[in-house]
Design a protein. Structure first.
Length: 718
């Protein structure tokens, strides 16, 4: 308390006035102080706050102070990573006390704390924005902006919480009194010195070293390799599960069932207590949706029923919590695919993937829109939203989805242009609807579209101006599919890596993909609670090993075997595991058409294939070319070696075997892929460099060339 009273005196917060000099009306409207007590470790922190809920404000606009959105935070993080900038966080001590109140406004009178002024003979006339005042956040934000503009910063209109110093190439993102600063390290500390001259500022962390962690905008940010993880602590989710007594519940592998069978009590409303629990739980889950895109559609649907949830809705909520229990380790991973030269303006292509589910709501027949927005190959934004207008056709609902995607993309474009980062930004909207694409790229209405309001056709002008391009993407490759409806497990796994989720816990995986010359492949794993990871994530997060018989050109054996990190296992046991799995895989690869693999031997033990065994049609060419004369050959060789070395270095010890026949086969498939017109359009017309394209190709080699489905399982939890 004494410390806070000392700050009140140092900042000259108030002027003492005898209460007898004020009118009875002014005394009646005098506010009170209260002490806000907070434990900080073993110490108690007391802050003096005004009970501002009694403050009379004539214009409520004076109480508004903007806060940054996660879209801009993700965008700045990806930008900083691509430019190899440093990222620091700072905190401004007693921020509000730095801001002076406008002397032209009505005076604000406050009774001083009774601990220091026991007799009500003195009243404080405030000079500064004290914590608790309804107008204090706005006063502080205006004061902070004024100080940074005096230092040479430019406050952006596209986001009023971002300040850009064009000369020093430093960007400041302000969240009340918390700052995240991006730029060159030396330039950042120049700015810190200037800030210290006007504010009480302290450094609270950085994201420049492996494993470094900070909390900003209510989320945990952690450096991992060349990217940054964004997530919430598992305890947050465990508290939700504990509230429902589901700490030890059986896990499920999807946020919601793809199909549901109505029950007799499906439409019965829940009682008052469960209604309150439902609202409280859904509110907590909504807070985490920006870092958990896999739950976006399910949480959106649950939130639509907050006013009157039924027994069916409550069962849906519990299904989601079971999925949450099995996916506590999922984290959003932001990592750019390209490196940019700092200090230069660049030409950007901003891909926005959109989708819609026509009349998906069985009650209102309204459609749902989905958006997945990328920047430099990293997911920065997504939307799952029920459309306000009932669409009369699937094309119309897809058109509304395109409009929503363009609106969000225009915001990002405005930000990049205003910040002086971009020379030009081309928005590419990818849709799986040919009809909606045709409407958006034409001009005006037709007989079938004349009922559509003109405000939904603004994208036609943007297309004609060359600011937006509309392109077609196959439906199975469209990530927003998971934002528009309840999907099956294979669809969920196909898209989750694309939307940024990654598995970061240690996993015990013994997965063998047997590709036989008969044209079928079988995949099986150790029985465990199901996890997610599509083929490109599996190959990017874990190294994809390979082994094949040189005598059998028409047969390839791919295996993934990761060393158990348990201290009880040594290298000899690892080798035994590898040889045992390879022997089992070799035996499995000799199966004929129609035969089924029942068991697999791993380190001397026998495991049943279980429900995760799949047979996938394969097209492996019988004649594998061993020498491809292609200008890409040298680059492919270099990429293969770099790929294997990198995964060995960053993913523990892996058994990786690649034969000449397999490399030649990959050469052949790569050549065919890039010679295909669809491949050319997909990679080169997007402005993706050859190097990045090769990296992405190897990440999805199994999925795109061999059409394999790879499945993983997390380690069993206690």
């Amino acid at each position: 308390m004494n410390k806070d009273m000392g700050l009140i005196a140092d900042f000259d917060v108030a002027e003492c006035i005898a209460s007898s000099t004020l009118s009875s009306e002014e005394v009646a409207h005098t506010l009170d102080f209260a002490w806000a007590i907070k434990w900080e470790g073993s110490d108690i922190r007391a802050r003096l706050c005004v009970r501002g809920f009694n403050q009379i404000v004539k214009d409520l606009d004076h109480t508004f102070a903007s806060t940054p959105v996660l879209l801009i935070l993700k965008l700045l993080i990806v930008l900083a990573l691509s430019m190899s900038w440093c990222i620091f966080t700072f905190d401004i001590t007693t921020a509000f006390l730095h801001a002076s109140l406008d002397p032209t406004d009505d005076p604000i009178y406050v009774w001083p704390p009774v601990e220091y002024f026991p007799f009500r003979e003195v009243i404080w006339k405030l000079k500064r924005a004290v914590y608790g005042l309804r107008t204090a956040p706005r006063e502080w934000q205006d004061h902070f902006a004024e100080q940074l503009q005096a230092m040479g910063f430019k406050r952006l209109k596209s986001d009023g919480n971002v300040y850009v110093h064009t000369h020093l190439q430093v960007i400041v993102l302000a969240y009340v009194d918390d700052l995240m600063v991006f730029g060159n390290k030396d330039h950042i500390f120049i700015i810190k010195t200037k800030l210290n001259s006007v504010f009480l500022i302290k450094e609270t962390g950085n994201l420049n070293n492996e494993g470094s962690k900070v909390r900003f905008l209510g989320r945990i940010l952690q450096r991992k390799d060349c990217g940054i993880l964004m997530y919430e602590d598992e305890n947050y989710y465990m508290e939700i599960l504990k509230e429902h007594s589901m700490e030890k519940c059986k896990e499920t592998n999807t946020p919601s069932p793809a199909t549901s069978t109505p029950t007799a009590d499906a439409e019965d409303l829940v009682d008052t207590d469960r209604h309150s629990l439902y609202r409280r739980t859904v509110g907590k889950l909504q807070w985490q949706v920006p870092v958990r895109p896999d739950m976006a559609f399910t949480v959106k649907e649950l939130a639509r029923k907050l006013n009157g949830p039924t027994e069916s809705d409550f069962k849906q909520l519990k299904h989601l919590l079971r999925y949450l229990k099995g996916s506590l380790h999922y984290k959003l991973y932001l990592k750019p695919d390209l490196n940019l030269a700092p200090g230069e303006k660049h030409n950007f292509i901003l891909p926005a993937y959109v989708d819609a589910n026509w009349a998906g709501c069985v009650l209102t027949r309204k459609s749902s829109s989905g958006l997945h927005l990328e920047f430099l190959g990293a997911p920065i934004h997504f939307i799952s939203k029920t459309q306000a207008v009932r669409a009369l056709s699937s094309a119309e609902s897809e058109l509304y989805g395109i409009g929503a995607g363009i609106a969000e993309s225009l915001h990002v474009r405005s930000f990049l242009m205003e910040a002086g980062i971009a020379k030009s930004v081309l928005i590419e909207v990818w849709t799986d609807s040919t009809a909606a694409k045709s409407i958006a790229m034409s001009y005006g209405t037709s007989r079938k579209t004349r009922h559509i309001e003109l405000k939904y056709l603004y994208m036609q002008d943007l297309v004609l101006q060359g600011l937006v391009k509309i392109k077609k993407v196959p439906g199975e490759q469209n990530p927003p599919d998971i934002f528009t409806k309840h999907v099956k497990l294979e669809v969920l796994r196909r898209h989750l890596h694309r939307v940024g989720l990654t598995v970061t816990v240690e996993q015990d995986i013994y997965m063998i993909a047997c590709i036989s010359s008969c044209g079928s492949a079988a995949f099986f794993e150790t029985p465990a609670s199901s996890s997610l990871s599509r083929a490109d994530q599996t190959s990017s997060e874990m190294s994809s090993g390979a082994a094949s018989s040189a005598q059998s050109k028409g047969r390839a054996l791919h295996s993934i075997m990761k060393r158990d990190r348990s201290p009880k296992r040594d290298r000899s046991e690892m080798e035994a595991t590898s040889s045992g799995a390879a022997a089992s895989a070799g035996a499995a690869s000799t199966l004929g058409a129609g035969e089924t693999i029942e068991t697999t031997s791993v380190a001397g033990s026998t495991q049943e294939a279980g429900p995760f065994m799949h047979e996938v049609p394969m097209d492996v060419p019988d004649d594998i070319q061993t020498d491809i004369q292609d200008p890409l050959s040298d680059m492919v060789d270099a990429e293969v070696e770099a790929f294997i070395d990198h995964r060995k270095t960053h993913s523990g010890e892996w058994e990786v075997i690649r034969t000449e026949e397999e490399i030649a086969s990959m050469h052949h498939d790569l050549e065919s892929f890039f010679n295909n017109q669809q491949g050319k359009d997909y990679w080169f017309q997007n402005g993706v460099t050859m190097q990045s394209a090769l990296h992405d190709w190897f990440k999805t080699a199994f999925n795109q060339s061999f059409r394999c489905l790879l499945y993983t399982s997390p380690s069993p939890r206690d």
